[in-house]
Design a protein around this ligand. Structure first.
Ligand code: GLY
Length: 361
């Protein structure tokens, strides 16, 4: 936490008013549009740091982000979609949680209504992305549904939770394989709700195992258990965790896909490691103490490797926390660099190990 404090303090000055997503080897974060799905992660880091330390400068640097994001509800864009969860949980929702701000509450609920409206009732899934992808759902959305669980908690209206549960059940049925590996994209007939097929998406192929997708599923189902107490979600999160842990290379940080033909020259994805570590801490908190050791120990091993082998502590000019992240290998974009969501989930996991009690995901 001490190291993170000085790192994040420097990031505030270096990143300034950029909206960061990816940094290459030069360690300089890009400035992607504020409608891009990753907008929430820098403010998320700042809010977690504020909650952990009480230091005002983190709150000041994070404060405006939910207002910036809200503008996209009335601007022409095709970018707001299922990922309003990622965008508003790490801005409006945590702002309300930590400060009681009423605008944060209103904006979080606005986003929850938008997400709920993407639910396809015959197929029981929240549709992914926009344009013609009416029948697609993706594994990443297991994190976005935390917004719906939160909305039910703060309003007392169970409809949001019902949608989240139905989406989670569909994901469990069609996206999770017997061996604990997962599909990225599952597609349905949007008229009848009938399952059609699974696609590789950001993974190597339709039958491979995209490591970040696996981590989204592990963390997402652990959250779904925390929010519902439904043991099926905990069991599936554990199954996914066992696949994830059994597939790790020696340094506990996965390659971008667990099932590429050959690993020679393939990049790692440190963001998958960070997301999984945070999810493993959730599993550890949910199981009896004798069993918790397995998951907590694995989380600590992963975080230690990220800290020692992928951290930028000795590069003060580097704007990110971690290196070794891979965004979208099949599209040849954002490879072997720094990803703001890798940084966020690393901070989230370290904060949890240091007693952070609030949960947004
Ligand atoms: N949610 C998109 C990704 O993991 O790249």
């Amino acid at each position: 936490m001490k190291r993170l404090e000085s790192k994040v303090d420097r990031m505030i000055g270096q990143i300034g008013d950029k909206c960061p997503h990816f940094a290459g080897k030069d360690g300089v974060y890009d400035n992607i549009g504020t409608d891009w799905w990753t907008t929430g992660f820098l403010p998320g880091i700042l809010w977690v740091m504020y909650d952990m330390t009480g230091k005002e400068h983190y709150k000041e640097a994070a404060w405006h982000w939910d207002e910036v994001l809200e503008e996209w509800f009335v601007k022409p864009t095709v970018e707001l979609h299922h990922d309003v969860g990622f965008q508003f949980l790490s801005t409006a929702v945590i702002k309300h949680m930590v400060t009681g701000d009423e605008d944060g509450l209103r904006r979080g609920l606005e986003a929850a209504n938008f997400l709920a409206a993407r639910f396809n009732p015959v197929g029981s899934f929240i549709r992914a992305w926009n344009e013609d992808k009416h029948g697609w759902a993706i594994i990443d959305c297991m994190l976005n549904i935390s917004l719906l669980f939160w909305a039910s908690r703060v309003t007392g209206d169970p409809r949001y939770k019902h949608i989240a549960v139905r989406h989670a059940d569909t994901t469990l049925k069609y996206a999770i394989r017997e061996d604990g590996s997962v599909n990225h994209i599952i597609s349905f007939d949007p008229e009848t709700g009938e399952f059609i097929e699974a696609f590789g998406g950001q993974g190597y192929s339709a039958t491979s195992a995209w490591s970040r997708g696996t981590a989204w599923a592990l963390h997402g189902f652990a959250n779904a258990y925390r929010n519902t107490g439904d043991i099926r979600y905990l069991s599936v999160s554990k199954r996914i965790a066992h696949f994830f842990l059994a597939s790790l290379p020696e340094d506990s940080v996965p390659y971008w896909d667990f099932r590429v033909e050959s690993l020679d020259g393939e990049p790692r994805d440190s963001s998958a490691a960070a997301i999984a570590a945070s999810g493993l801490i959730e599993i550890a908190a949910a199981v009896p103490s004798g069993e918790a050791r397995l998951y907590a120990g694995a989380a600590e091993r992963i975080l230690l490797s990220l800290t020692e082998n992928y951290g930028t502590w000795d590069k003060p000019e580097h704007e990110a926390i971690l290196v070794g992240g891979t965004g979208n290998k099949p599209a040849n974009s954002f490879i072997d660099g720094s990803l703001i969501y890798g940084d966020y989930y690393y901070v989230e996991a370290i904060a949890k190990l240091n007693g952070w009690k609030n949960r947004i995901y």
